[in-house]
Design a binder for this molecule. Sequence first.
Ligand code: B4P
Length: 191
Amino acid sequence: MLNIVIFGPPGAGKGTQSQLLIDQFNLIHLSTGDILRGEIAQGTELGIKAKSIMDRGDLVPDEVVIGMIRSILEKNPNAKGFIFDGFPRTTVQAESLDQMLNELNTSISTMLSLDVDVDELTKRLLERGKSSGRADDANESIIRNRIKEYNKKTAPLKKFYAKQNKLQSITGVGSVDSIYTKICEAIDQIK
Ligand code: B4P
């Protein structure tokens, strides 16, 4: 199985690159952000609870997102692999993911970490906010909070995967296609 964690701060291009990867490698795309926004759109109990947290740019509780991932893994026993996009975002989530994959006799193949500076991230998200309708893209102070949450709780996961020899850092600035080419080269390294 090919199991990829696509990693990076908000606006680094995780969702954008995941779309290209799922087509080429026939993987199942697991974006916790998309799943949560789907719950909000459907007005479920989970969505109602998640909305105010996401609108502030804070992280949704670990047990909520871990439960969502577990249920999708269980529903896809014959998958060729998964792209984890926006998950894990905390050490607890990363440890749970390792454990869940271990129970399925598989593991993370690589973590692809997209590096983008704060000014570029802010610019991209404000631009997306003009049309996305996402409250968390709409104002600079919320975007700064998302980046702060990332630096505090999520960025340490680079060390977590580096210790397992799975971290590959990729420059996330440039055209979408040029970044995708570098991502494919990184995947070739592990094949
Ligand atoms: P996400 O949905 O994961 O949102 P994101 O970090 O903004 O990434 P996204 O994939 O959407 O953006 P991308 O970088 O592709 O999370 C939203 C919220 O959900 C979180 O704040 C949190 O509250 C909650 N949540 C989700 N997962 C969670 C978890 N595991 N635990 C707890 N809470 C969780 O793209 C950004 C923009 O850049 C786009 O407009 C794109 O077109 C543009 N772009 C991409 N590549 C570019 C390039 N090369 N050049 C120029 N622009 C580019």
